[in-house]
Design a protein around this ligand. Structure first.
Ligand code: BEZ
Length: 195
């Protein structure tokens, strides 16, 4: 698959004719919603786990030294908690460009976690294992070391991870993969400061 997924995402017709779409964020969209939205509500999706398995060549790393950012992997028994945004369709075009490094739009069923509850159909941006920037699993120390070192045009890779961990804590969401990596990265920063 081409590294730039913008054109593929523009071909998606599933929500054509809709004047509003629910977008589910599970990574940077939880703590950095730099797009206009009508409403945001905590939500979860079934059958997916959040993993730092996607390479970032254009935001949190470089082609020579990619960072690692979140994607979702199929996990039938799992729930992934995040934040859902009700947006108008024109918001998707800039997101397609921002997330062009391997992320494709995918339709999901999402369940709201607030008191009103309910479920609806929505969209996620998903970086599957067939995309050219996909890195996959690695020992936790190696993933943490890569994140601690990487830096790209959007800033240090560690900020992405630590901001996500903080946002999940605020949502009272348990995510052992994210919290374990965050602890390892914080330890490595402390060690570097106090060798
Ligand atoms: C997310 O937060 O859901 C997300 C952000 C960027 C790319 C893909 C997903």
């Amino acid at each position: 698959m081409a590294l730039d997924t913008t054109a593929l995402n523009r071909q998606m017709t599933h929500f054509d004719g809709h004047d509003q779409i629910w977008l589910f964020g599970y990574g940077s969209l939880i703590w950095k919603a730099d797009f206009p939205y009508l409403e945001r509500r905590p939500a979860h999706i079934h059958g997916w786990s959040r993993r730092f398995w996607q390479g970032s060549h254009d935001h949190r790393g470089t082609p020579e030294a990619p960072g690692r950012v979140a994607t979702l992997v199929r996990d039938p028994a799992a729930l992934c908690h995040g934040m859902a945004y009700r947006i108008t369709p024109e918001v998707l075009a800039p997101l397609d460009v921002r997330e062009k490094n391997g992320y494709l739009r995918e339709v999901v069923s999402l369940c709201f976690d607030d008191a009103a509850g309910g479920r609806t159909e929505g969209l996620i941006y998903l970086a599957g294992e067939e995309n050219a920037a996909f890195l996959g699993d690695a020992p936790p120390d190696a993933i943490a070391e890569q994140i601690a070192r990487a830096h790209g045009p959007s800033g240090p890779n560690r900020d992405y991870l630590l901001n996500l961990a903080e946002a999940l804590r605020e949502l009272e969401v348990e995510d052992p993969h994210v919290f374990d990596l965050a602890r390892r990265v914080v330890d490595s920063i402390d060690e570097a400061a106090h060798p």
